[in-house]
Design a protein around this ligand. Structure first.
Ligand code: HSE
Length: 443
C-alpha cells in the first residue's frame, strides 16, 4: 500500500485531535483512501505538547520551519494559528511544493488572496474546510455540491461562543460575563474573546464564504460588523415576546452589481431553524437558485469536530495525490481567472425590518413625535409596545417596522435621539423576517 506522509505544525487542541484521528483511525482511513496516511512529523515548541499521543520515536520535533519544507513530507497541516508564523510556514510549504491544510480563518480572511494565488501558481492544494463552521462541511457544500447553483443567500450562526452566550442569557438568565467565562472554560472561545463577541471571528468566516459563493476576492474590510455586547436581557425578553430569538448572524446575499455581507445581532423568527440552534452549535442555511434551502448544523468548534474537518481535507488531498488530480477543484471554487473584485453593498443601502427600543417619558404626544419622525423618513411601523407607566422615569417603548433602509433609519434615529423626551441612544436590532416583505434581490 502506498504511503502519504504528513507533517503537523502545532500540537495544540486541534492539532492533538488531528493526531488522534490519524493514528487511532489509521486503518479505517487507509481503507477509504487506498493509501496509508502516516503522521511522519509533529512539531511544537512545547516539549509536552504530544504527551499521551504515543508517537513513534523521532516523530515529535520542535522545529516547525524544518518540517514545513522537509523533502519527504507530502502534506503540511498548519495548526499553529495567528497570522505571523502560520503565514510564513504556509508560504514556505507551498514554495517547497507541499499541499497544505489550515483551519486558520483569521489568516485566510486577511491574507487568503495571496496565499491562494501562491498555491494555484505552484499547482498545490491549500485546503481549509475547518476554517468555517468546524465540522460542518460548508466549504465542500458550496464549492462542490452546489457547483451548479447561483448562491442566492447564506445566513449562518458561525460563532459558537456568541451563540452560547446568547443562548445562556435567553434560557438561564445568566449575565453576559458569566456566560463568556463559561465559554472560555469550555475551550471554544478565541484566545482573545473580543474576536468572538465583537463579531470579527464571524466576519472572517463570512469573508471566506462570500468569496467562495460569489467568485469574488476575499474582502474583509468592507464587511459590516456589529457584535453582541450591547444586547441586554430586556431586548432578549422583548424578542421572545414577539416570537424571535436574537442570534449573531453572518448574512451574505447575491446581487448583480454588489453583494451583501454583514454580521450583526439579528432577531430570527421561531419558525426559522436557526432560532433553535443551541449552545455553542453552528448552523448555516444556504439558498441556491436550483436547490432551494440547505441547512447544515453541527459543532463549529472544539477539538474533535474541528479535527474531523481537517482530516477530511487530508483525505481529499491524499486522493488527489493518488490520482494525480491536485487542483481538480479550484481552491476558491471559481477558476482563478474568473475571480474578480466585487463591491459589498454599503450598509446605508440595505433594506430590512427593524426592532427599536427607545427610553422615553410616558407623556401625551411622545409616541406621535417619535412616529412622526419615522414617518418623515418613510419608515412604516408594524407594531408598538410600551412597558410600564410613569411620568418621571423613562419607560421602554418598542417598535417593530416594515421594510426600511438603513440610511433612513440612521437619520430618523439621530433626529429622535435629540428629542427632549427621549433618553439614551435607541437600541436597534435588525430582523430577518421570512414572512415579511422581501427586499429587492437585485438578481
Ligand atoms: N471561537 C470560535 C467560536 C471557534 O466560538 O466559534 C471556532 O472558529
Amino acid at each position: 500500500m502506498k504511503e502519504i506522509r504528513i507533517g503537523l505544525l502545532g500540537c495544540g487542541t486541534v492539532g492533538r485531535g488531528v493526531a488522534k484521528i490519524l493514528t487511532e483511525s489509521a486503518a479505517l482511513i487507509a481503507s477509504r483512501v487506498g493509501a496509508r496516511l502516516t503522521l511522519a512529523r509533529v512539531a511544537d515548541v512545547s516539549p509536552d505538547a504530544a504527551a499521551g499521543l504515543s508517537l513513534p520515536e523521532g516523530v515529535f520535533v520542535n522545529d516547525a520551519r524544518k518540517v514545513a519544507t522537509e523533502p519527504d513530507i507530502d502534506i503540511v497541516l498548519e495548526m499553529i494559528g495567528g497570522e505571523g508564523l502560520a503565514r510564513e510556514l504556509i508560504l514556505a510549504a507551498i514554495a517547497a511544493g507541499k499541499h497544505v491544510v489550515t483551519a486558520n480563518k483569521a489568516l485566510l480572511a486577511a491574507h487568503g488572496n495571496a496565499l491562494f494565488a501562491a498555491a494555484a501558481e505552484k499547482g498545490v492544494d491549500l485546503a481549509y474546510e475547518a476554517s468555517v463552521g468546524g465540522c460542518m462541511p460548508i466549504i465542500k457544500t458550496i464549492r462542490e455540491s452546489l457547483a451548479g447553483n447561483r448562491i442566492m443567500s447564506m445566513t449562518g450562526i458561525l460563532n459558537g461562543t456568541c451563540n452560547y452566550i446568547l443562548s445562556r442569557i435567553t434560557d438561564e438568565g445568566i449575565d453576559f460575563q458569566t456566560a463568556l467565562s463559561q465559554a472560555q472554560a469550555a475551550g471554544f472561545a478565541e484566545a482573545d474573546p473580543t474576536l468572538d463577541v465583537d463579531g470579527f471571528d464571524t466576519a472572517h468566516k463570512l469573508a471566506i464564504l462570500s468569496a467562495l459563493a460569489y467568485g469574488m476576492r476575499i474582502n474583509l474590510r468592507d464587511i459590516y460588523i456589529e457584535g453582541i455586547s450591547a444586547i441586554t436581557p430586556m431586548d432578549i425578553a422583548f424578542s421572545r415576546q414577539f416570537g424571535y430569538k436574537i442570534k449573531l448572524l453572518a448574512i451574505g446575499k447575491w446581487g448583480r452589481d454588489a453583494v451583501e455581507a454583514r454580521v450583526h445581532p439579528t432577531m430570527v423568527p421561531f419558525s426559522n431553524p436557526l432560532s433553535n440552534v443551541k449552545a455553542n452549535l453552528n448552523a448555516i442555511t444556504v439558498t441556491g437558485d436550483a436547490v432551494g434551502d440547505i441547512t447544515l448544523y453541527g459543532y463549529g468548534a472544539g477539538q474533535m469536530p474541528t479535527a474531523s474537518a481537517v482530516v477530511s481535507d487530508v483525505v481529499d488531498i491524499a486522493r488527489n495525490l493518488l490520482t494525480g488530480a491536485a487542483g481538480r477543484v479550484p481552491l476558491m471554487s471559481y477558476q482563478p481567472s474568473a475571480i474578480r473584485s466585487m463591491p459589498i453593498k454599503p450598509m446605508d443601502e440595505i433594506a430590512t425590518h427593524y426592532y427599536f427600543r427607545f427610553a422615553a417619558l410616558d407623556r401625551p404626544g411622545v409616541l406621535s413625535r417619535i412616529s412622526g419622525i419615522l414617518g418623515e423618513y418613510g419608515i412604516s411601523i408594524k407594531s408598538v409596545h410600551q412597558k410600564g407607566r410613569g411620568a418621571e422615569d423613562a419607560v421602554p417603548i418598542v417598535m417593530l417596522t416594515h421594510l426600511a433602509t438603513e440610511a433612513n433609519v440612521r437619520k430618523a434615529l439621530s433626529e429622535i435621539a435629540r428629542l427632549d423626551v427621549v433618553g439614551d441612544r435607541p437600541m436597534v436590532i435588525r430582523i430577518e423576517d421570512e414572512n415579511g416583505e422581501e427586499a429587492e434581490s437585485g438578481y
